[in-house]
Design a binder for this molecule. Structure first.
Ligand code: HEC
Length: 178
């Protein structure tokens, strides 16, 4: 909930003023993340990752992409056990949860904006909910969550991968032509 988060950050700001320089540096770091969250301008955090982590992120994306296709096929024929299995796989593919070295994990947290991480969390959480809905054979709810997941693909790519996916950048950003 953004409101709650904001309150926490404000409390953090006040506390940081009273703390040692090391803690203050940490405060600056958190502060940057807070700005990322509200920033309107699209960014490209993947470009800042090491080649290894960027490759991992793209590998995860390709898995997710394949999974979405599998979901569509299984949903349309009511193969709920396949739907639940694929949705669980997507839920688990979250790169932060994988066996990364401590250094990798620190790099991800350092270089990926808080808003990006939150969207990624939301995406994987939604996949978990989709798995539950599939277990309950609730086609309508399953479709609702698929739609929400697609929405998150589009929103995250538009905001955090605008160079990679220029098709998602709002046409209003282009010069006006007749
Ligand atoms: C939280 C952010 C986020 C979400 C959610 C997200 N993506 Fe991505 N995705 C990215 C970023 C960032 C890149 C570009 C990475 C780069 O530039 O190296 C990317 C790249 C990709 C690629 C290119 C992979 C490659 O190797 O060429 C595909 C395909 C893709 N995403 C599919 C999806 C699909 C399908 C969904 C939703 C079902 C999705 N993504 C959800 C952030 C996200």
């Amino acid at each position: 909930m953004p409101g709650t988060r904001r309150t926490t950050l404000i409390v953090c700001c006040c506390a940081a003023l009273l703390m040692a320089p090391a803690a203050y540096a940490q405060h600056d770091h958190d502060h940057d993340h807070a700005h990322d969250k509200v920033a309107e301008k699209p960014q490209d955090p993947a470009a800042a990752l090491s080649p290894k982590l960027r490759a991992l992120l793209n590998e995860e994306m390709r898995l997710i992409d394949g999974g979405m296709g599998d979901l569509a096929s299984a949903i349309s024929i009511g193969d709920w056990s396949s739907v639940a299995k694929t949705a669980h796989k997507i839920e688990q593919s979250f790169i932060i949860k994988q066996k990364l070295t401590e250094k990798d994990a620190a790099e991800l947290h350092d270089k990926l904006p808080a808003g990006f991480l939150e969207m990624d969390h939301a995406f994987h959480r939604t996949s978990g909910k989709l798995a539950h809905a599939a277990t309950a054979h609730d086609a309508e709810l399953v479709n609702f969550y698929v739609h929400r997941m697609l929405d998150l693909c589009v929103n995250c790519h538009a905001k955090y991968a605008p160079n990679r996916f220029p098709g998602l950048v709002a046409p209003a950003a282009e010069p006006h032509r007749h």
